[in-house]
Write a protein that binds this ligand. Structure first.
Ligand code: ADP
Length: 471
């Protein structure tokens, strides 16, 4: 038999101004409050069971038939008088998790503010898009609004879920535990956790817990309002990501404009200088040196062409990247080596390579990546040395890490970052030909493949270039 002690918030009901009757599904009346006794003259355990059962049956029939949670009814008192009352029913969960029904009786025209307030609260709570539930002072949930029931997939006619904790993501249980102290202090607080929806998916929920007090100011439990902020968070993350990308693109553009205006000036100045010389010589009728000057002009224009072609390559990495497919890097390497065949032959280079994996990526760009790094390894060697290059691969943190090691001139530690920026060269063209764009292209390609690029090197001891690609 169910005990009245199991009724959550019993102190509140005891002193409630309105008549209350709580019944089990058996059906059996398990609780009536003092206001009920005052209204009807009936009490529990006082030989009034038969009269109470009659009222209960009338209530059940009336509320079921009316399809509403409240209706009008005439109930018999102990002294056989019949009184008209308004009855409303709502589901309630006992502390042993049994579902019972709570009937509230008001005399027509006799609606104390507190009852109206309470009803209004339930109606408002049901209309709210936030998921709301109420807990009594023992932490026992006894009311869940419509939004909550929809979230957990309850049909809605029984507000049955008294264990909201079962929906918390296992990793987030600790979040609620971290707030135990605030619960004890009975202060409002909020936190975020993941809750499982009826379809099995986890949603990010922002929970606000507010202590509820009785009319006399004593603590009566907690109200929790839960907002599904998954979409808001997702769009916020997207905005953050886009802002970050935009900032990077802007910085890159600024750097790009700065360096291009400087570096493209160089061949242009040379061309202008020699054209002026040619003009002067023509004016003086001295045509003998013109051919030599023309060669300088042509060398300037071809350098400009090279710079512009390399700049185009750089801008193409993001603009014209092909969709990712499965790419066998051994084949990629073979294509890169074929492109460099002449240089390999001329330098007498020895190139060793481990078996390379298959990755997901852009074939054309990956050929470009290997080719640029190998081209540098072939190029930056002391004059009297043939290049020795070793290519190997390891795995870490879900990425492949490739190493291209050479026996070249090496790079001072202070330039290890700078060489990946556009137009950064450590030598003049007389020493080693190049535009200073190759490694900037490599960096962009690697980043598009979810990886990173870096170098370990010291002057005179060769260089090891590393780049990672997401597996
Ligand atoms: P480029 O090869 O056209 O000069 P990169 O962007 O490919 O431009 O390289 C930038 C600079 O980094 C080079 O000019 C060179 O100073 C240095 N560097 C790149 N690779 C190597 C290497 N394997 N050994 C020594 N220095 C290198």
């Amino acid at each position: 038999m169910l005990k009245a002690e199991l009724v959550p918030n019993k102190d509140f009901f005891d002193s409630y101004k309105e008549a209350i009757l709580i019944a089990s599904a058996t059906p059996e009346v398990i609780y009536v409050n003092a206001a009920f006794t005052q209204l009807t003259g009936l009490m529990l355990d006082a030989g009034d069971e038969k009269a109470l059962m009659e009222i209960l049956k009338a209530c059940e029939t009336a509320t079921v038939n009316s399809n509403e949670s409240h209706c009008h009814l005439s109930i018999g008192e102990k002294n056989a008088q019949v009184k008209p009352v308004n009855v409303s029913s709502s589901p309630l969960i006992l502390s042993d998790l049994t579902k019972v029904t709570l009937f509230t009786f008001t005399r027509p025209g006799n609606n104390p503010a507190s009852i109206n307030d309470e009803r209004k609260f339930y109606e408002l709570a049901d209309a709210s898009p936030a998921m709301i539930f109420l807990e009594d002072k023992n932490g026992q949930a006894f009311f869940f609004n419509k939004a909550w029931l929809e979230f957990i997939g309850d049909s809605g006619d029984n507000r049955s879920d008294s264990k909201w904790e079962t929906y918390i993501h296992p990793e987030d249980i600790k979040v609620t535990e971290e707030h135990r102290a605030e619960d004890v202090d009975r202060v409002p607080y909020s936190y975020e956790l993941r809750l499982q929806k009826f379809d099995g998916s986890y949603r990010n929920i922002f929970v606000i817990r507010t202590p509820v007090t009785a009319e006399d100011g004593t603590f009566n439990g907690y109200m929790a309002s839960c907002l599904d902020i998954t979409e808001i968070e997702e769009s916020q993350n997207k905005i953050n990501e886009l802002t970050r990308e935009l900032k990077l693109a802007n910085e890159e553009l600024e750097q790009f404009t700065y360096v291009t205006s400087h570096d493209l000036q160089e061949p242009l100045r040379m061309i202008t200088g020699y054209i002026q010389l040619i003009q002067k010589n023509i004016e003086r009728g001295n045509l003998s040196a013109i051919q030599e000057f023309m060669d300088f002009v042509l060398s300037g224009t071809s350098r400009m062409q090279m710079l512009i072609a390399d700049l185009l390559k750089l801008s193409r990495v993001n603009r014209k990247g092909a969709p990712f497919t499965s790419v066998d890097l051994s084949e990629v390497l073979n294509v890169a080596l074929a492109h460099l065949a002449k240089k390999i032959k001329n330098t007498g280079a020895e190139i060793n390579c481990e078996q390379l994996p298959v990755v997901t990526g852009d074939t054309f760009q990956l050929v470009n990546l290997f080719e640029n790094i190998l081209d540098n390894a072939l190029k930056f060697t002391p004059l009297d040395t043939s290049p020795h290059i070793a290519i190997s691969v390891t795995e870490a943190d879900g990425k492949y890490i490739f190493e291209v090691k050479d026996n070249g001139i090496g790079i001072d530690n202070k330039f290890h970052k700078r060489i990946f920026a556009i137009f950064q060269r450590l030598h003049n063209r007389g020493e080693y030909e190049g535009t200073g764009i190759g490694l900037a292209v490599c960096k962009k390609i690697v980043e598009r493949h979810g990886g990173d690029i870096w170098v370990q090197s010291e002057p005179g001891n060769g260089s090891a270039f590393y780049f990672s690609i997401k597996k």
